[in-house]
Structure formats: structure tokens, C-alpha cells
Design a protein around this ligand. Structure first.
Ligand code: FNR
Length: 186
């Protein structure tokens, strides 16, 4: 069976991140031919263009993981109406040197969770702008702006509400089709 490896980039380093939990719950509603791996971005130093001739080891690892992936899944919080600095730092690292931009051509999906009512809408819009520049074709619709309230996840980390689960399953179906359209399978 054809397999698809998805590189998951969570925009939060917080131990109990709701976005990390959401990314893990999403992986469970995907078809079995899709494998999701959450990438480490917390050990990346701040990007410095001086290091382009000899990038730090965590940046080389990140680029390798992205290049090996069939697709990208971004699950991010909103920080002060944009994306967190750790996420932008990771995107900058893997985009350089520009002729070796690891994001180019990788089909991407974007979603995010917040405890606020806007559900990361502004952060996602900023992220889409960045992904367009780094040449990652990004699923447009459906958009998913998730507000997390108490009881959103059950004890096993699944999404409690059947309605929300159905919505995210529909999102996942479109994402799967998007990846298959663009990706080289393994
Ligand atoms: C936030 N939070 C937040 N929420 C939001 O909806 N819009 C925003 O602009 C911000 N800004 C913001 C800035 C900073 C520095 C922090 C720490 C938090 C709240 C945020 O949604 C909440 O803390 C989430 O739980 C963060 O996601 P993780 O870390 O749980 O995945």
C-alpha cells in the first residue's frame, strides 16, 4: 500500500499545548496509509544568516525531515494576533539557503486552536502568507478555527464532541486529497 509521511509542525513549545493535543487527535482520524510525525522545533537556535554556509545541526535535521515528507501539517496557536516566534524561526531556518528551501512544493494544511473565540484566524492568515512565499501549496478550504473549552478532549486525547469530530474528519478528507494530488508517495 502506498504510504504518506506527514511532517507535523506544532507552533507551541508548551508542555500541555492544546495545539499539540489537537495535532495528536487529528492523526488518529486519518486513514492508516498516512503517518504523522511531530517535528522538534524547540531546539533550533535563533536563525542567523551568517550560519547559512554551515547550518546548526537541529536545522539540518529539520530540513531533512521536511524534505523526506509527503506533506506538511501546521497546527499553531495565535500569539498577539500572529504566529509564535518559534514557528517563524523554524520556517526561516528550513527556507535557507533559498536555493535549498525545504518547504518548496510540499502540500500543506493549516489549522489552529485557541482558548479565545477567534480560534487562531489571524495567525493562520499570517501563516498562509508566509507559506505562499516559501512555495508550499496550502489547502484553502475548509478553514478550521478551533476554540478549545473544558472537555474538548476526552481522557484518551480524542475529540469529545461528535459534531467537532465530524467537522475535523471532513477537513482531514480534503487534506488527504490535497496531499495525494501533490505528493510523491513513499
Ligand atoms: C496568547 N493567546 C492568544 N490567543 C488568541 O486567541 N489570540 C492571541 O493573539 C493570543 N495571544 C497570545 C500571546 C501569548 C504570548 C500567549 C502566551 C498566549 C492565548 C493562547 O491562545 C493560549 O495560551 C493557547 O493555549 C496557546 O496554545 P498552546 O500553547 O496551548 O498550544
Amino acid at each position: 500500500m502506498t504510504q504518506f509521511q506527514i511532517a507535523v509542525i506544532v507552533g507551541s513549545l508548551r508542555r500541555d499545548s492544546i495545539n499539540r493535543k489537537l495535532a495528536s487527535a487529528l492523526a488518529k482520524i486519518a486513514p492508516s496509509e498516512f503517518f504523522f510525525k511531530q517535528l522538534e522545533i524547540g531546539d533550533l537556535p535563533l536563525y542567523n544568516q551568517d550560519d547559512d554556509p554551515n547550518p546548526p545541526a537541529p536545522a539540518k535535521r529539520l530540513k531533512g525531515e521536511i524534505m523526506a515528507a509527503s506533506g506538511l501539517l501546521f497546527v499553531t496557536p495565535e500569539y498577539n494576533r500572529s504566529i509564535p516566534g518559534v514557528l517563524k524561526n523554524a520556517i526561516d531556518h528550513a527556507s535557507r539557503p533559498w536555493v535549498q528551501n525545504a518547504w518548496a512544493g510540499k502540500p500543506a494544511g493549516v489549522l489552529g486552536a485557541s482558548d479565545g473565540a477567534n480560534g487562531t484566524a489571524l495567525a493562520q492568515q499570517h501563516l498562509r502568507n508566509i507559506l505562499a512565499h516559501v512555495d508550499a501549496p496550502t489547502l484553502c478550504q475548509p478553514e478550521a478555527f478551533i476554540q478549545i473549552e473544558d472537555g474538548f478532549f476526552d481522557e484518551a486525547g480524542n475529540i469529545s464532541s461528535e459534531r467537532t469530530r465530524e467537522f475535523l474528519k471532513a477537513w482531514m478528507d480534503r487534506y488527504i486529497a490535497w496531499v495525494k494530488l501533490h505528493a510523491a508517495p513513499f
